[in-house]
Design a protein around this ligand. Structure first.
Ligand code: FES
Length: 537
């Protein structure tokens, strides 16, 4: 294949009388199966493989258009219909490829040359856009394959998908963005060598983005204003006060002046400013910047503006009574607490007690970080899984695995971002305490967890990550969390291979992947809704 205009490649296909006798026939030329149909004076030449699932269009049914011309072909497997004048699907998705033909004497000749790569790539992207709008996962996979076959860079397809998703997401960044760099890390890992397997993460990211957009029924367009000059203080104040248009105008100016790196410090501060969005802010920030590093400058606006939007619309959990101890603990942080923390000390401690323990250890640096990481994995390992199934509890006790995984992925993201913003450590550590304090009510310390123990990290984490390539979950968000948790553990162990919390972490991950999340709660939802309506009066 070539990236410039191709020379025609004419091949003799079949004699005209033979086609006239048969009405239609399939010829094989250069590995291609080409269907020829003679209808009146017209000859149609097209791929015999239906672009939907490859069944033979030679078994299809020819019918007439509104003008009485026999140019509509229906594939009888799933009723896709093609206009043979241009190959476009009237019903279904992908177009069928047509071949130029000439009658020379008594022979029919076909031009079987491939179109220029540029045209093939453009068609694949057009098809991908349609598949994205409809969340047609199979077609997304086909169009990505076509794009790559035409030597397209899958990172370019991803960048486009992130730009298509922008206006589709009311609250900006979602787990589709957050899981994307972990999918790409998996794609780039030495363990994944098969080209098809390398394509799975790309398809999954696009599918997830498409699904999130479809569910939100946008559009939710961004302001196209751009500030005259980027000002970090104005930017951060706009985020803090949830003035999205102003924050976006500042972000646009910052991107134009210095790129994503110019905004990084402000976004780090904003993402850890409060105990907010159940820890998602710093996770989203961290993954957004990993994504910009992987996709490069062309993707900056498409992934940074959704993060700005997400930060402008966070829920402030530190304002609700359960976490009211967070603010005073942060205000009183003095980095002078020298009590060496013990992970076990966080067991059975509520939010206020966790704040005290952390403040008392505020000068112990890595020991405190390790204790919190240990405590978060420990709580997860001891999750009282009955809470997955209870149907008669109040809504605030709808606690599942993800309440525990976020404590860990939040701390993982915070570690990376506090490395160059050390003053944010207080926020990050106390926010971890909020997770621990809240989750402490939903663990069963008496349960026997010995059977979950795992000796070697690599086989377990490797199996979990490899399993992601065929996870089988219809709802994107659940495998996204498994992927993010396993990746976070892999990252943490890469810098601390002998961490004290390693055995607990491995056991917790092992339990998590073997005790799936309950993904639908019919009795619980109906019971809680009924109770709520009763109380409403
Ligand atoms: S294979 Fe032709 S419509 Fe499905």
């Amino acid at each position: 294949m070539t990236d410039t205009a191709t020379q025609p490649l004419w091949e003799k296909a079949i004699s005209l009388p033979k086609l006239e006798d048969a009405g239609k026939c399939v010829v094989k030329i250069s590995g291609k199966q080409i269907l020829l149909i003679k209808s009146g004076d017209t000859i149609h030449a097209l791929n015999n493989r239906c672009p939907h699932e490859g069944f033979p269009l030679s078994e299809g049914t020819l019918s007439s258009d509104d003008d009485g011309r026999e140019c509509i072909l229906t594939c009888n497997w799933h009723s896709w219909r093609f206009n043979l004048d241009d190959g476009e699907a009237i019903v279904g998705g992908d177009a069928v490829r047509l071949y130029p033909h000439e009658v020379r004497g008594a022979e029919i000749w076909l031009d079987v040359s491939d179109p220029p790569l540029e045209i093939m790539r453009r068609k694949a992207i057009d098809g991908l856009r349609q598949a994205f709008e409809e969340h047609d996962y199979e077609r997304i996979a086909r169009e990505v394959a076509r794009f790559e076959r035409a030597e397209g860079d899958p990172m370019e397809a991803l960048t486009l998908a992130f730009s298509w998703a922008m206006d589709g997401l009311e609250f900006g960044t979602t787990h589709a963005h957050a899981a994307a760099p972990d999918w790409l890390a998996l794609r780039n890992s030495p363990a994944i060598t098969n080209p098809t397997d390398k394509r799975i993460p790309v398809v999954e990211i696009i599918g997830h983005l498409s699904w999130d957009c479809l569910m939100q029924k946008g559009p939710f367009p961004y302001s196209d204003e751009i500030a005259k000059k980027f000002d970090a203080n104005v930017f951060e104040a706009a985020i803090e006060e949830e003035r999205e248009a102003e924050a976006v105008a500042q972000a646009r100016a910052g991107l134009a002046e210095g790129g994503a790196s110019l905004l990084h410090g402000s976004l780090q501060r904003a993402s850890l400013a409060h105990y907010q969005a159940f820890g998602h802010s710093v996770i989203y920030l961290d993954k957004t910047y990993e994504l910009t590093a992987l996709l490069g400058k062309p993707a900056e606006e498409a992934v940074i503006l959704p993060l700005v939007r997400a930060l402008c619309s966070t829920a402030r959990e530190d304002l609700i009574p359960e976490f009211k101890a967070y603010g005073p603990a942060l205000a009183g942080w003095n980095s002078a607490g020298n009590d060496i923390p013990d992970a076990d000390g966080f067991r059975d401690q509520g939010v206020a007690a966790a704040m005290k323990l952390i403040a008392a250890s505020s000068n112990t640096g890595e020991a405190l970080y390790d204790a919190l990481m240990h405590a978060a994995w420990d709580a997860m390992l001891h999750y009282d899984a009955r809470y997955r199934s209870f149907t008669d509890k109040p809504v605030q006790q709808n606690i599942d695995w993800l309440d525990f995984t976020h404590a860990i992925t939040h701390l993982n993201a915070a570690r990376k971002n506090c490395a160059d913003q050390p003053h944010l450590w207080a926020n990050a550590l106390l926010q971890t305490g909020c997770f621990l304090g809240r989750n402490s009510k939903f663990v069963d310390w008496q349960q026997n967890v010995d059977s979950w123990g795992v000796v070697d990290a690599e086989p377990l984490i490797g199996d979990v990550l490899e399993g992601m390539l065929d996870h089988g979950e219809p709802v994107y968000i659940f495998p996204a969390h498994t992927l993010k948790l396993a990746t976070a553990l892999q990252e943490e162990l890469s810098i601390k291979p002998d961490a004290s919390w390693k055995p607990v972490a491995l056991a917790a991950l092992n339990r998590f992947v073997n005790e799936p999340i309950k993904r639908k709660h019919m009795r619980r939802v109906v019971t809680q809704a009924s109770n709520f309506v009763e109380l409403e009066g």
